[in-house]
Every structure is written in structure tokens, then in C-alpha cells.
Ligand binder design. Structure first.
Ligand SMILES: Cc1ncc(COP(=O)(O)O)c(C=O)c1O
Length: 455
């Protein structure tokens, strides 16, 4: 765990628990309370609801903090409005700017409309239409949306240039004391709402991207509920907080899987990292890397069983409860007794409907219900018919069949996708493929072949 700088005032071992010296640059629980007072009329408290399905699945008492039900369908307006509230009159008059691929932009747009501050918001071209439209609608007359470049980084450069030229204040997505304090109001609400129900949480599960939300929540919990367990859920393809804690400072990941947009962050913030590292002296924080396929499985259950629309980052924390052996020894919540009260933050619900086909696909692959093979069909009549008759089981369906040599479409290797009824059908299929004497290679959906076939 990270080291905290020495100070003369901390009691030594044996005199009581070591108290880490406070980092004066970090927000406090009192800052979060001030943010909560400001936010009260703007972002009403979101519901804390018992989650029957996840409770049954885990044997825990699972409660969902429904940040998908804010006016911007994520917690992002909390931090943005808190930063605006801290601006001077002069800064307000010069306006603000930000770059975002989605939720932060919506938070800033909504906050600016409510605070009467103008904003110029830069979005990369890859931002889904649903998010672009929402930013424009939430911001109304106060907000100008500018599409800048292909990637988030291009939009960030454009926003920085705009700020330098216009004097607008940049509102960062996570690395700012006001953002941390604003996002921390999620934890303050959880404590108040659970107290009103007559209990306090044994554990919280929080999603992590640049670590703004977790930094704010740990700020509150460290002072108000130091014994609580916290599970920090990162997408397996973007474990930037784990990398930072291992290195003792934020580090840049070489590769990031962008699927969990919002939480797929290459490097956590400097301030957010310091806040998390400081909190680990009083709070037991465990990290979990949640596979993207498992997030998709959970998104579909949230949608189809619970009637909750979550985006991938929104389903990240609930999906962490489905990690194999989550409560067992060595698991991320090991030692938590059955029936313990666990609050899980559903952080956002802005899912573009066009993503569901990909989400279903990833969920099926993750559950072992869909498999891909490269099959070399011999150049003789009836080869495909024999494959269908002899290799496919009664409940197997071909969902993809594509010859990989484009100039020679009827022969040569084909990419074949097979969906099965039960994952137990796979060994039989593999055995029949073996017996078929066809040259077959099982391939992963991450294979570059997919790009080749679909490009
Ligand atoms: C829905 C959602 N969840 C989680 C995150 C990760 O947040 P943070 O950067 O505060 O860790 C984001 C960030 O945009 C988000 O939009």
C-alpha cells in the first residue's frame, strides 16, 4: 500500500492506532457536506434500493445506489456543479470548457444550465449520438457543443487551446478537489439513507475510472465509517488504479480496452490517487479487475430481470459481485459474513441502444455459449453439408459463416460462429470437430481475424 509522508505528530505503535497526517491539498468530509448543501436543490438524492437478484445470488444484503436516476443519468453533475459553485464572478463570466466522451459533458452541461454559466464542450467524433444529443439538450442555451477530432485526446487538446485563448475555466473530469467533494456526496447520501433504514453498510462497491468517485467516497468514509470495506471495481482492460497503487504513484497504462467508456482511463488523477492512497490507512480497500464480458452479462440481467438500464461503467460495480469466489478466501470480499449489507453504486445509465448487439455477443462469449472457429473446408463437394450433419449438435446454431479469402469466396478457411444452448455442449462439439478430420482452429473473439472479416 502507498506510503504516507512522516509527520512528528502521529502517535507511535503501541500508543494506539497510527493516525496518518492529513494531506492539506485534499478535500475533507466537511467539504463534501458543503457540496451536498449546494447540490440539494439541483441534484435530488438518488434512491437506495434493495437488490433482490444480487442478494439472492450472493447471500448478502445487496443495496443499489441508483446514480442512473439523476437528471443526467450518472453521478457526474455532482462534481461539475460543485466546481461551478466555487468559481468567482469573474470566472463565471468568462465561462467554462471541458472535453469528454460523454457523461462528464452531460454533467457539465446540466450544471451550467442550472448555474447560468456558459460552456463550450468538446466531444470527440466517436461520442455516441445518444450522448451528443443529451449534452445539447441538457445544456440548452448555455452550452455550445463542438466536435473535435477522432479521439478523446484530440477533444482535450481542443478544450485546452480554447481555454488558453478565451480565459474559460477547464472543468476536469476527475482530478480536482471540487469534483472529488461533489462525487463524495454519493457516499454521504448512502450513510444518511442507510442510517434512516436503521443500519450502516458493511461494504461499498464502487466503480473506478480516473478515481474521482472513489476518492470522494473514501473522503467521507475515512472520517465517518472507517471500519467499512470498499471494493474498487475497475474494468479488466483498464486497471489504472491498481497500477498506480502498485507503483506508488499514477502511471500510464500501455494499453486500454475502451469498451467500458467512462471507466476506461489510461491514468488515474494525481489528486484522486493521493486521496485514495491516504484513505487506505483507515479503510480496507480491495481492488477487483472485472472482465468486460462479465460486465455485459450483468448489464443484461440488470435490464431484463431488474428493469434497470445501465451503461457498461454503470454495471461495473454490480458485476464485481459476480466475480468467481468473490466471498471466498482470496476473493475480493473474502471474510464478509452472509447477510452483510453491501451498497453497490450503479453509476450511470446512458447506454446507446445500438450497443446492445455487441453487449449480447460479449455476454454469450463470456458465458461460454458462443464460440468461434476457423475451419478449413476441403475443396470437394459436400464438405459443408457433412460439417452441418456430422459436427453440429441438435441445439447448436451457426451465427456466423464467412470465407476469409475475399477473392475466393466459396472455398478455403471460413470463420464459423456457433451458439449453443448450454456450455456443457462444448466438449461434444470439440470431439466431433476432432473426428471430422477438418482442419479447425478455435479462435478468440479478440483475434484480429474479426477485424478482417467485419472491416
Ligand atoms: C457511469 C460512470 N461510472 C464510472 C465512471 C468512473 O468515474 P471516475 O473517473 O470518477 O472514477 C464514469 C466516468 O466517466 C462514469 O461515467
Amino acid at each position: 500500500m502507498p506510503e504516507v509522508e512522516e509527520s512528528g505528530g502521529a502517535p507511535s505503535r503501541g500508543e494506539g492506532p497510527a493516525v496518518a497526517p492529513r494531506d492539506p491539498g485534499l478535500p475533507t468530509a466537511a467539504d463534501v457536506d458543503r457540496a451536498a448543501a449546494l447540490l440539494g436543490p439541483v441534484v435530488p438524492p438518488t434512491p437506495l434500493q434493495r437488490a433482490d437478484r444480487l442478494s439472492e445470488l450472493t447471500g448478502l444484503e445487496v443495496w443499489l445506489k441508483r446514480e442512473d436516476l439523476t437528471p443526467v443519468r450518472s453521478y457526474k453533475a455532482r462534481g461539475a456543479y460543485t466546481v461551478l459553485a466555487g468559481l468567482s464572478e469573474e470566472e463565471r463570466a468568462r465561462g467554462v470548457t471541458c472535453a469528454s466522451a460523454g457523461n462528464h459533458a452531460q454533467g457539465v452541461a446540466f450544471a451550467c444550465a442550472r448555474a447560468g454559466v456558459s460552456a463550450t464542450i468538446f466531444l470527440p467524433r466517436t461520442t455516441p449520438r445518444q450522448k451528443r444529443d443529451r449534452v445539447a439538450a441538457l445544456g440548452g442555451d448555455q452550452v455550445e457543443v463542438v466536435i473535435a477530432g477522432d479521439q478523446y485526446d484530440d477533444a482535450a487538446v481542443a478544450a485546452a487551446d480554447f481555454a488558453a485563448a478565451s480565459g474559460a475555466t477547464v472543468i476536469p473530469a476527475f482530478d480536482h478537489p471540487g469534483i472529488i467533494a461533489g462525487q463524495g456526496t454519493v457516499a454521504a447520501e448512502i450513510l444518511a439513507q442507510s442510517a434512516a433504514l436503521g443500519w450502516s453498510p458493511d461494504a461499498l462497491v464502487l466503480p473506478v475510472g480516473g478515481a474521482g468517485l472513489i476518492a470522494g467516497c473514501l473522503t467521507v468514509l475515512g472520517e465517518r465509517l472507517p471500519g467499512v470495506r470498499v471494493l474498487a471495481a475497475e474494468p479488466a482492460g483498464a486497471t489504472s488504479l491498481a497500477a498506480a497503487l502498485a507503483a506508488g504513484a499514477p502511471v500510464e497504462l500501455d494499453h486500454v480496452d475502451p469498451f467500458v467508456d467512462g471507466a476506461a482511463v489510461r491514468r488515474v488523477g494525481d489528486l484522486t490517487y493521493r486521496a485514495v492512497a491516504a484513505a487506505t490507512s483507515t479503510i480496507d480497500v480491495t481492488l477487483a479487475a472485472v472482465p468486460e464480458g462479465l460486465i455485459c452479462v450483468e448489464m443484461l440481467d440488470l435490464y431484463q430481470v431488474d428493469g434497470i438500464i445501465a451503461e457498461p461503467a454503470g454495471a461495473l460495480a454490480p458485476a464485481a459481485l459476480r466475480l468467481p469466489g468473490v466471498l471466498e478466501q482470496g476473493g475480493p470480499l473474502a471474510g464478509l459474513a452472509p447477510g452483510s449489507r453491501v451498497v453497490v453504486v450503479v453509476s450511470g445509465g446512458n447506454n446507446d441502444v445500438s450497443r446492445y448487439a455487441d453487449i449480447v455477443e460479449r455476454a454469450l462469449v463470456h458465458e461460454g455459449l458462443k464460440h468461434y472457429f476457423l475451419v478449413e473446408f476441403p475443396q470437394e463437394p459436400g464438405a459443408l453439408r457433412r460439417f452441418l450433419d456430422d459436427v453440429l449438435g441438435p441445439d447448436d446454431d451457426i451465427t456466423l459463416f464467412e470465407y476469409t479469402k475475399r477473392n475466393n469466396r466459396e472455398t478455403g478457411p471460413a470463420l464459423v460462429g456457433i451458439e449453443m444452448h448450454s456450455r456443457d455442449d462444448l466438449p461434444g462439439l470439440l470431439a466431433r470437430l476432432d473426428e471430422s478430420r477438418l482442419r479447425v482452429e478455435k479462435i478468440s473473439p479478440d483475434s484480429p481475424l474479426f477485424g478482417f472479416v467485419f472491416s
